[in-house]
Write a protein that binds this ligand. Structure first.
Ligand code: PLP
Ligand code: COI
Length: 343
């Protein structure tokens, strides 16, 4: 199969339509058999549940080309399970988990020409989502839905690639249990748009959200969980019920303990503690591991500069990055079931 003629190494984290997308329709209480289609546009009624009450959920995962030329994806079963949790929270019918994994395989296979080559630094981002499609005007769940998967080739999430980023403490609380907006496992992304626009205007790459109740504990950023390394080499990551249960973070906890022999602490992390950590990173599908050099609280002028600096990843973060991506790219053997070979 011939690859598309793209400048793979210079892709940004953006959208471009690929040849195929997957769609399955839910009607009369059941999902149809699903199909690959070519039209990237969707026509819906003006009163569709997705438009009026933002009844929609999404996931995100990636397909990679491994060193020996296979196309694989990483732990899609966990995305299936998390989409189920998100769907239940919004009264959306669950798309069966085994069918989710099969649909991901099918749509990636059909778009194989769009999966960036090994070594390019780019990947195929896969975005499964479900939305309510029939008209609803009273506040209630829709009765008809579409489960869809789009794919798009992407480069690094943060400009500057592997260079450490600077983030600010956000004044905003993002968790908005009754807010409208597109939801992933209970998180409201529309509520994070104003904070991210502001952060960028002020020269920051991301927002650090604190727990809304006490504003003393570190939650996560707009699109990734946190990981920290202590001065004595422990791996620390925040535990909270109001952050996204990152698949990358859960995988890194295993990599840290089982591959690198680090002590792993999954616990509440106080903002006050940050100044004592040696390294800081953001972890997620899009972020992979993006090192954080500096955290600023613009309100009181607090500046936390991690000893690892603004030039490159801290040494332990780098080992974690190399081991995780080594597993994903197929040159380090991962735990059973982590790498799903598609082709
Ligand atoms: N937190 C938020 C808010 C996210 O949007 C994401 C990305 O999906 C993550 C964390 C990381 O989760 P994962 O590692 O499953 O991609
Ligand atoms: C992902 O990493 O898949 C996400 O959903 C993050 C998003 C901010 C692009």
């Amino acid at each position: 199969m011939e690859k598309k003629n793209l400048d793979w190494s210079n892709l940004t984290f953006g959208y471009m339509p690929t040849d195929y997308r997957y769609v399955s329709y839910y009607k009369d209480g059941k999902w149809d058999e699903g199909a690959l289609i070519t039209d990237p546009n969707i026509t819906l009624n003006e009163c569709a549940g997705v438009f009026q009450y933002a009844q929609t959920v999404f996931e995100g995962l990636k397909a990679y080309t491994t060193e020996d030329g296979h196309i694989v994806c990483f732990r899609p079963d966990l995305n299936a399970a998390r989409l189920k949790d998100s769907a239940e929270r919004l009264e959306i019918p669950v798309f069966p988990e085994d069918r989710f994994v099969k649909a991901v395989e099918e749509v990636v296979k059909a778009n194989a020409a769009w999966v960036p080559p090994y070594g390019s630094g780019a990947t195929l981002y896969i975005r499964p989502y479900i939305m309510g499609t029939n008209p609803v005007i009273g506040v209630k769940p829709a009765e008809e839905y579409q489960f869809r998967i789009l794919c798009t080739p992407v480069g690094p999430y943060f400009k500057g690639g592997a260079k450490p980023i600077t983030i600010r403490v956000s004044d905003y609380d993002r968790a908005a249990p009754h807010g409208t907006g597109h939801i992933k496992a209970g998180l409201n992304y529309a509520m994070s748009l104003q904070p991210i626009v502001e952060a960028h205007q002020q020269g920051y790459d991301e927002n650090l959200y604190l727990d809304p109740a006490t504003r003393t504990k570190v939650e996560e950023t707009g699109g990734a969980n946190f990981m920290f390394i202590t001065k004595d080499g422990k791996f620390v990551t925040p535990k909270s019920n109001s952050i996204l249960p990152s698949i990358t973070r859960r995988s890194l906890m295993v990599v840290a303990e089982k591959y690198l022999g680090l002590t792993v602490e999954h616990r509440e992390v106080k903002f006050e503690e940050l100044k004592d950590f040696a390294e800081c990173g953001l972890c997620g599908t899009a972020a992979v591991i993006s090192p954080v050099g500096k955290i600023v609280n613009p309100n009181d002028g607090t500046e936390i500069c991690f000893p690892s600096g603004m030039e490159e990843m801290g040494p332990i973060t780098k080992k974690l990055y190399e081991t995780l991506t080594g597993i994903q790219m197929g040159h380090i053997e991962g735990p059973e079931g982590w790498v799903k070979v598609i082709e």
